[in-house]
Design a protein around this ligand. Structure first.
Ligand code: HEM
Length: 233
């Protein structure tokens, strides 16, 4: 067996603990004596890990935006795919919250104060970062003198840009699916006609579900269908 003494700087009895900062990480949740409900560990685990995935998603998306701005599309595609996977994970892990009892959840809710997803740093950063990617994409279209209908009709000639456009639609779709699933979790746990911890009626959240960062990429589908109908008639 080799020498297992830690060689990295930092706290922790092993390099695993030092590199991953597990002492600090595992101290970020309430201890059993601080909990008002044992479901708090579940609630904090899902939210804290979601913040990490959204942090990573934004990190990748922002790097991708720089690459798209420099018209270096292939590595940007990889990073956007990774960011999409992060959103898939946070959507998937919402399911486990449905295993909380809607009655017992109120013990968790009482300890949240005014804490609300509206103040989620990760989700707010997604809202701030994505429009920059939309601008970068638009600039590439302009630089190549292309409109969206042409890009889609002649997709194979502009494969990298076509792939980028499809990933942007997928990003929109994944965020919509996150919001939509989140809304169902809310309805299942606290109901669809109540007021959130920051005073927002759940119905208002329902109106935000279908927000799109890339509306033009959705509209072009209508245009393509109209063109196809005309050309075939
Ligand atoms: C028991 C589970 C959950 C409940 C009951 C719940 C409830 C709510 C409510 C009522 C709101 C509206 C704002 C307000 O508080 O007044 C909200 C917003 C939000 N929540 Fe949750 N939430 C839950 C889990 C999660 C999780 C796991 C995430 C992970 C990221 C999350 C992220 C958000 C975000 C990002 C918003 C703002 C949405 C937007 O801007 O459209 N929530 N949540």
């Amino acid at each position: 067996m080799g020498d297992r003494q830690p060689i990295l700087p930092g706290r922790g009895t092993s390099d695993y603990a030092r590199y991953l900062r597990t002492d600090e990480l595992l101290a970020l949740q309430k201890s059993p004596s601080e909990m008002t409900s044992r479901d708090e560990l579940l609630f904090q685990t899902v939210h804290q890990s979601a913040e990490l995935w959204m942090k990573l998603a934004c990190f990748e998306l922002e790097e991708a935006t720089g690459l798209v701005t420099r018209q270096d599309l292939p590595p940007a595609l990889r990073l956007i795919r990774r960011a999409i996977t992060c959103v898939l994970y946070i959507t998937d892990q919402l399911h486990i919250l449905e295993q909380m009892s809607p009655w017992e959840y109120h013990d968790v809710r009482k300890s949240l104060g005014h804490g609300s997803g509206f103040d989620s740093p990760g989700f707010n950063q997604i809202g701030e970062s994505t429009p920059h990617l939309a601008v970068a994409f638009q600039r590439v279209l302009e630089a190549r003198d292309l409109d969206l209908a042409t890009l889609y009709r002649r997709g194979r000639e502009f494969e990298d840009l076509y792939q980028l456009a499809e990933l942007l639609v997928e990003w929109d779709e994944r965020i919509i699916l996150f919001r939509s699933h989140h809304l169902k979790v809310i309805e299942r746990i606290i109901g669809g006609h109540v007021i959130g911890t920051q005073g927002t009626p759940v119905e208002v959240l329902a109106e935000r579900v279908d927000h799109r960062f890339f509306p033009e990429l959705w509209k072009v589908r209508d245009e393509l269908t109209r063109i196809a109908d005309e050309e075939k008639s």
